[in-house]
Design a protein around this ligand. Sequence first.
Ligand code: NAP
Ligand code: ZN
Ligand code: ZN
Length: 347
Amino acid sequence: MSSTKAYAAQSATVPLAPWTIDRRAPNPHDIQIQILFCGVCHSDIHTARGEWAGTVYPCVPGHEIVGRITAVGDHVKKFKVGDLAAVGCMVDSCRECDNCKEGLEQYCLNGNVGTYNSQQKDGSGNTYGGYSKSIVVHEDFVLTISDKLPLEGIAPLLCAGITTYSPLRHWKVGKGTKCAVLGLGGLGHMGVKLAVSFGADVTMLSHTASKQKDAERLGAHHFALTSDPETVKSLAKSFDFILNTVSAPHDYNVYLGMLKTNGIMVCVGAPPAPAQVPAFNLIGNRRSLAGSLIGGIPETQEMLDYCAKHGIVSDVEVIAMKDINEAYERMMKGDVRYRFVIDMATL
Ligand code: NAP
Ligand code: ZN
Ligand code: ZN
């Protein structure tokens, strides 16, 4: 065991503060990583603040982890000390069920083990995430990253990147697809970059007028302000595919109305309160409402390799660990361009 500095929420209502956790000594198949940067996902806020059911306190969030390997177990072949490495939203799964065998560990039929706020399979308790100096992870859940791109820009690919890449690939968004990305935050800005790179015609749907210039800079072909009723009306039956990344409760029906016949809206945003959708809003135009959870390990590696090849990284604002609570407040106001990333040297 090694004692490791971290930042934790001790309850849903107090700010995150310094805390110390124990990391296990590397087992034969484990990798020990010194964390260099960790992205800040809105799921960290939902979990730390107990907005979803099931937060176990103390809670150490963070699942967009990049760093350098400081030790490897005796049986590790793929990695060596000194290599760069990354960890995303999962650190384990059963590896035996049909979904795991297909590389869909996020949908493990026996439940995947999240990087934070999950129970370890060895019975050693709750998992603690990347708001910490180091982490120990089984080699099967460690990813390889490029040494050519800025590390702080790679970190958000581990959640915001794969969570948008996976549904765009699954539903074959590309040349000829009229695609909209709803919500320009951490996930949304990666969704735009990736959908554009796949060749789709991309519209940014945002309720923040001041983000128009950024949307265009990120590559969006069109921008539409969703707080303007006339704009919403003009977009009726416009899109084949909508990637919904909004974190707060909102009316799904407004956006379902923007889908063409056979159109699909995929929700990756996970507001704490349920949405109401009358069946007729789907029936009328044979529309589909779907969801998608992060991505499996093979697809996450594929996405990292794709982003390395195409020079795609996240637009980040690097912060010190002590500023995490202020960063949460700014994210709640939509004031982030477009991902906060913690420099772990400041912990
Ligand atoms: P974020 O950076 O805070 O971005 C969320 C965006 O949603 C905001 O930038 C804003 O965009 C829009 N928004 C916020 N409040 C709104 C409101 N009241 N009405 C309309 N739009 C609003 O969050 P994120 O890190 O991208 O995460 C987004 C959501 O995805 C969270 O719920 C998170 O938990 C979830 N998530 C899911 C998965 C998965 O596997 N499915 C993975 C990661 C995260 P505009 O200003 O442009 O409107
Ligand atoms: Zn996340
Ligand atoms: Zn499984």
